[in-house]
Write a protein that binds this ligand. Structure first.
Ligand code: S3P
Length: 445
């Protein structure tokens, strides 16, 4: 979307400390799903706390293009009139997905079992990401797909109607692939099964059940088995989207590394399939307290009080990877300030995110005086023991919002200013990030 046009460089200021309270924006994964499922329910759904970032707005535009009515009220509540499962309309133009892999892969699933054809396009980052992981199961369900070389965008999905139910064991730990198949299953007569050897975020399962889909989750010998019976009928819901732990991550790390910091992050979603960074930071010695634990929209939520702490390097357990997959760039920054080395491996999926996050973070950290060893499946980061890092370098963001925000946080405790080449991509997931940084810096002054 808009951000790819003009780069916006940013020089990171050096605050005395971070202090105060902030509320992180709505969870991106849950926001996408709330729009998609509401658009398939019959009647009016309401969504409160929706993330109004470019990625989610791309999903909203696509669902409108396929017939749903989606409006934002002055009260910031989104009201969605769905078309019913099976009722998606032929979009008149290509669906422009911007930077959003989640929009693309989940919507490909929806289109795959409707009698429509849709073309998906995206920015340079999205157009370089692998789509075969989704096209393979969707083709098994009967969809026909024509993709650019390497199974990349632009690509066209011609849905099958009726599609055929499949049993699919995920070859890669991916909530997007799982969700694409489950969303295709909604309009597919019969039982579609997804087997998940390694558990990934379970927002789709929770929300599909909430909308009244016939869905069961069992533990089988090969992993979690999710079975969905189609054709489904979804009932409209009122959804409250909890705050995004992936956005809270930047303040969890920022407050941990800048001496004297004390920040209260309100409304952080702590679904166990998303809370791996909290576990890893605590293993490193971070001072993070959960306050007012509660349930919001069927998801566990708490406020997090984070105070500066002396961090120690760790070997990050491999099994944390799926529950912190988007938080590795932030973790690498925490590691850059820890005592000793932090070894993070078993995270090869980082190579195919909005950028190659292993290569991008290695380059960004070494440009700013942090030593690393790059592995095919991760990074070893040698920390400063809490001292300022050298800084003075320019970070190549590579159209990746999380590289921009993570390295902004690293720059908060650097001897020379860190420059980010382009912070425009931050608008995909966290439009208020820099305002909130200014507020926490001011409150800490
Ligand atoms: C997401 C799943 C993850 C994650 C992405 C959002 C989702 O991707 O990295 O930011 O909402 O399902 P994968 O499915 O590729 O692991």
């Amino acid at each position: 979307m808009a951000h790819s046009s003009s780069p916006a460089p940013f020089t990171v200021p050096s605050p005395a400390r971070l202090a105060g309270r902030i509320r992180v924006p709505g969870d991106k994964s849950i926001s996408h799903r709330s729009l998609m499922l509401s658009a398939l329910a019959v009647g009016e759904s309401r969504v409160e706390g929706l993330l109004e970032g470019e990625d989610v707005l791309a999903t909203a535009a696509a669902m409108r293009a396929m017939g749903a009515t989606i409006e934002r009220g002055d009260d910031a509540i989104w009201r969605i009139h769905g078309v019913g499962v099976g009722g998606l309309l032929q979009p008149r133009q290509a669906l422009e997905m911007g930077n959003s892999g989640t929009s693309t892969r989940l919507l490909m699933g929806l289109v795959a079992s409707h009698p429509i054809t849709a073309t998906f396009t995206g920015d340079a980052s999205l157009s370089s990401r692998p789509m075969a992981r989704v096209t393979v199961p969707l083709a098994q369900m009967g969809a026909s797909i024509e993709a650019s070389p390497g199974t990349k965008l632009p690509l066209m999905v011609r849905g099958a109607c009726p599609a055929v139910p499949i049993e699919y064991e995920l070859p890669v730990a991916s909530a997007q692939v799982k969700s694409a198949v489950l969303l295709a299953a909604l309009n597919t007569p019969g039982i579609t099964r997804v087997i998940e050897p390694v558990p990934t975020r379970d927002h789709s399962e929770r929300m599909l059940a909430g909308f009244g889909a016939q869905l069961t989750v069992e533990q089988g010998p090969r992993g979690r088995v999710i079975s969905l019976t189609g054709e489904a009928e979804l009932k409209p819901q009122s959804i409250v989207v909890p705050g995004d732990p992936s956005s809270a991550a930047f303040w969890m790390v920022g407050a941990s590394i800048v001496p004297g910091s004390d920040v209260l992050i309100e409304n952080v979603g702590l679904n166990p399939t998303r809370a791996g960074l909290l576990t890893a930071l605590r293993m490193m010695g971070a001072d993070i307290t959960e306050l007012d634990a509660r349930v919001v929209g069927g998801e566990p939520v708490a406020d997090l009080r984070v105070r500066h702490a002396t961090l120690a390097g760790i070997v990050v357990p491999h099994d944390l990877a799926p529950s912190m997959i988007d938080e590795y760039p932030a973790l690498f920054v925490a590691a850059a300030f820890a005592e000793g080395a932090t070894v993070a491996r078993g995270a090869e999926e980082l190579r195919v995110k909005e950028s190659d996050r292993i290569a991008a973070m290695r380059a960004a950290l070494s440009a700013n005086g942090v030593a690393t060893d790059e592995h095919e499946d991760g990074l070893t980061v040698y920390g400063s023991g809490g001292e300022k890092i050298a800084g003075g370098g320019t970070v190549a963001t590579k159209l990746d919002h999380r590289i921009a925000m993570s390295m902004t946080v690293a720059g908060l405790h650097a001897r020379d200013a860190v420059t980010i080449d382009d912070v425009a991509p931050v608008a995909t997931s966290y439009p208020a990030f820099y305002q909130q940084l200014a507020q926490l810096s001011e409150d800490g002054a």
